[in-house]
Design a protein around this ligand. Structure first.
Ligand code: HEC
Length: 201
């Protein structure tokens, strides 16, 4: 009986430890002591919210079909769940955007594009303590094959801040392009009154 108790007790302790690690939020953004965002190694296991194809904005102009890039957007699991419930992003929300080359295929399909090599990594974090003026911070981890493992917040004068503040449907995020999230935002009435789908930027 004593042995059985010990075994049961051991299992319980192990369960509690695993639970604590999850509750801490494995996907909560982590920063170095110098304030640089640490690139999470498992972002491809986060919730995938959508992909833009050939979203050339700002100074980047599309040159040919060959240069179309896929932007794959991932958000941390806890934040995703919270958004479905409320239509708003909780403090500590983090997005990762991974750019990938497109490849043309004519073997099985008559035409069409699939994803190729990873190209670049950018990120955003909602943290009103760390970024009191902008609420969201923006980060560039650079280009593959060697993206940086940490990135400092980009300067507030960077175009990321204005474009994401002015053209987004919910808070600073382009939820209008992430269908399941856009549906949740409409249901909860959290689409910004300033959001104008006909506006060009
Ligand atoms: C001219 C407008 C514009 C600028 C400037 C811009 N973005 Fe974006 N960003 C977008 C659009 C549009 C999307 C939607 C997804 C896509 O591009 O496929 C997006 C999506 C994102 C996402 C995914 C989460 C979200 O907010 O929807 C991240 C992360 C991101 N951008 C980071 C950056 C960073 C970092 C910079 C600055 C280096 C930047 N962006 C500059 C327009 C912009």
């Amino acid at each position: 009986v004593r042995l059985l108790t010990l075994v049961v007790c051991g299992c319980w302790v192990a369960t509690v430890v695993a639970g604590a690690a999850l509750a801490q939020g494995r996907t909560a953004p982590a920063f170095t002591s110098a304030g640089e965002l640490i690139l999470p190694t498992d972002y491809r296991e986060w919730i995938f919210v959508g992909t833009g194809l050939g979203m050339t904005y700002g100074p980047t102009k599309r040159t040919s079909e060959q240069s179309l890039v896929f932007d794959n957007i991932y958000v941390a699991r806890e934040a995703y769940g919270s958004f479905l419930q409320s239509g708003t992003w909780p403090e500590g929300t983090m997005f990762v955007m991974e750019g990938r080359a497109s490849e043309s295929h004519q073997l099985l399909a008559n035409a069409g594009q699939t994803q190729g090599d990873a190209r670049f990594l950018e990120a955003s974090v909602k943290d009103s303590t760390r970024f009191p003026d902008t609420t969201w911070g923006y980060f560039n981890f650079g280009a593959f094959p060697n993206p940086r493992s940490t990135a400092r917040p980009l300067a507030k004068t960077s175009s990321c801040y204005t474009c994401h503040a002015e053209n987004t449907a919910v808070e600073n995020s382009f939820v209008q392009y992430y269908p399941a999230l856009f549906a949740a935002a409409k249901k909860h009435g959290t689409v910004k009154p300033t959001y104008d789908p006909t506006k060009r930027f």
